[in-house]
Design a binder for this molecule. Structure first.
Ligand code: GTP
Ligand code: SPV
Ligand code: MN
Length: 601
């Protein structure tokens, strides 16, 4: 079976960085007794260790060598074809009561689930190596920063976490020796990579995650969706901060005025691209810098929200990435990158749909089969990904390691909507913005297994990631708002509206700067807007559309509200709230009723 490599025995000096915290050692002992590995490898994230693990991974076909002249120090990994995306149906929140997990999560009873997982993990690592990874989420000196440990039997996970997190000594230092310190316990085993034995289980009360049966991304890089969002959101509510599925970017005017904005778009809806945006030529002197591309942790300071990116790297969507759409991503992934499920060209370079240039005449597709441009199959899986250090990003924000975080001027929600939702509008105030986020919807993508292109409600882009009752989560947003004297403005964007011909009306990517600029103008009190029933809408002359090749009718359509479509939309809001049972805060119900009245519903 793919990925299930035998034990490795490192030379002296590698794999022996044992933590000193007794609580960690006891837990590792307990998991080792259960899983019975051949040996334990204590990771430290060093260059030395990484070289050794890459060499072993190449020998065992966990990684495939790429043409090092084209993509230096970069490798290809193929996950099992049955295991190429997050599995929401096998993801569980295990709280004592179902009520605590709420209507949007799969719930499982903790005691029974622990027992079931222990049975699956029993002797699961026999003949194999168990890796213990200490990692830290957030800058070393941030009050928001959290420590986690992931136990895994996958070298791919070790090498990926080394990119995605701050791994090793920094984490051990941050944790210290207090056995009662807060840290996350993560256990991962590939088992036999069988979808029938694939479970991603969260125990928020125990700060514990157990993931079995997968070797893919968000299912197994436990730092990311599992800790930084699901467990993170649970801790955030208890500790009065916010853990959100948001990119964070800095935008600086030619005069040197800088704002930071955070944006929540669902999976594969444009966060990485927006976070790395290059303004079009017309916006000479404007600069966009990246703080984070997927997750934002925010806290209140002096009545404002300040955000940090807990991650250290990007796990980004590959297809569609090109020098035309996202040059900064292309430069980031030109070296020191792990590619997952892209195609391998005969010259040892990587290939995917939407890459610059002509496709190769022959390649090996993501499944490992022969591929030519005439093939009916895609060369790269639609959810193929890159894992690359954020330090590779040419526009990395200089304050990315700032422990206090960056002040947030605007929060942006957005989804993939072919119709109904205009290019951009602004909520009337914080609570109205919470309503906007709570009712947002998006067409599903390949980031999770299941149907693609189906419109579903995805509140704050957190539907798959909120680790507790969604009603309490909405209330937490409202409560945070009450504590802000200088709250961010809240906006909604939609880059994905289509015309009658089925084509995108808006060019997107770098041109999204035009929308960002309007939002910044609004933050500074200078941008014009018209009051509409759903919020403040720019009219065409409020947006800087100079040197843009989009016809006037398309702009009108992009900024327009269709009464009938919105009647349907608001009916869908009601349906969604009703489907949640009676957990939705009164304030949001009130918002909905007001909106319904505007549309004579
Ligand atoms: P996750 O990593 O799953 O959270 O995704 P993400 O939100 O970071 O999305 P990403 O930026 O990787 O974009 C996903 C897909 O949408 C890619 O194929 C992009 O090329 C495409 N995309 C991103 N921005 C735009 C845009 O402005 N317009 C259009 N039409 N497509 C876009
Ligand atoms: C997402 O699906 O939102 C991702 C990719 O960022 S994964 O890490 O697999 O969740
Ligand atoms: Mn994401």
């Amino acid at each position: 079976m793919k990925n299930l490599a035998p034990a490795i025995f490192p030379p002296k000096g590698i794999g022996d960085t044992k933590p000193s915290n007794k609580a960690v050692l006891d837990w590792v002992d307990e998991i080792a007794k259960l899983t019975q590995p051949e040996n334990i490898f204590w990771c430290d994230g060093s260059e030395h260790e990484s070289e050794f693990l890459i060499a072993e991974s190449l020998k065992q076909n966990v990684l495939i060598e790429l043409n090092q002249k084209r993509v230096a120090r970069s490798y290809l990994h193929r996950s099992n074809p049955n295991d190429v995306a997050r599995v929401e149906q096998f993801t569980f929140v295990c709280t004592p009561t179902k009520q605590e997990a709420g209507p949007t999560n799969n719930w499982a009873e903790p005691t029974e689930t622990y027992a079931k997982l222990r049975a699956l993990l029993s002797a699961a690592m026999r003949g194999r190596t168990m890796f213990v990874i200490p990692y830290m989420m957030g800058p070393a000196d941030s009050p928001l920063t959290k420590v986690g440990f992931e136990i895994t039997d996958s070298k791919y996970v070790v090498l990926s976490l080394r990119i995605m997190t701050r791994m090793g000594d920094v984490a051990l230092k941050r944790l210290g020796n207090d056995p009662s310190a807060e840290w996350n316990r993560g256990v991962h085993s590939l088992l036999d990579v069988n979808p029938e034995r694939r479970f991603i289980c969260h125990f928020p009360r125990d700060n514990t995650i157990i993931s079995v049966g997968s070797g893919y991304g968000g299912n197994v890089l436990l730092s990311k969706k599992c800790l930084a969002l699901r467990i993170g959101s649970y801790l955030a509510r208890k500790q009065n901060w916010m853990a959100e599925h948001m990119l964070i970017l800095g935008v600086e005017s030619p005069e040197g005025r800088k704002h930071y904005v955070a944006a929540a778009f669902p999976s594969a809806c444009g966060k990485t691209n927006f976070a790395m945006l290059i303004p079009p030529a017309h916006f000479k002197g404007w600069k966009v810098t990246t703080v984070g591309d997927d997750i934002g942790w925010m806290r209140i300071r002096d009545g404002r929200l300040y955000a940090v990116n807990p991650e250290n790297g990007y796990f980004g969507v590959v297809p569609g990435t090109s020098y035309k759409s996202n040059p900064n991503a292309m430069r980031s992934i030109a070296h020191d990158t792990i590619y997952t499920n892209v195609a391998l060209a005969d010259d040892g370079d990587v290939w995917w749909e939407g890459k610059d240039g002509e496709p190769p005449e022959h390649a090996i597709d993501w499944r490992g089969n022969d591929w030519t441009p005439q093939s009916n199959e895609k060369a790269a899986h639609p959810n193929s990904r890159f894992t690359t250090p954020m330090r590779n990003n040419p526009v990395l924000d200089p304050d990315v390691d700032e422990g206090e975080g960056v002040p947030i001027s605007a929060i942006i929600f957005g989804g993939r909507r072919s119709d109904t939702v205009p290019l951009v509008y602004q909520a009337f105030d914080w609570n109205n913005g919470v309503y906007l986020g709570a009712t947002m919807a998006s067409e599903t993508t390949a980031a999770a297994t299941g149907a693609v292109g189906r419109v579903r409600r995805d509140p704050m882009a957190m539907l798959p990631f909120c680790g507790y009752n969604i009603g309490d989560y909405f209330q937490h947003w409202l409560d945070i708002g009450k504590q802000l004297t200088n709250p961010p403005l809240i906006f909604n964007v939609n880059w994905f509206r289509k015309g009658a011909d089925g084509k995108f009306l808006w060019p997107g990517f770098g041109e999204n700067m035009r929308v960002l600029k309007w939002m910044i103008d609004r933050c500074e009190g200078s941008g014009g807007a018209l009051k509409s029933p759903i919020g403040w809408l720019p009219s065409p002359h409020d947006l800087d559309l100079a040197e843009l090749d989009v016809d006037r009718n398309a702009v009108d359509e992009l900024l327009g509200l269709d009464h009938e479509e919105w009647q349907k939309e608001i009916a869908a809001h009601k349906e969604f709230f009703d489907s949640l049972g009676n957990v939705v805060p009164q304030e949001l119900q009130k918002q909905r009723e007001q909106l319904a009245a505007e549309f004579k519903l």
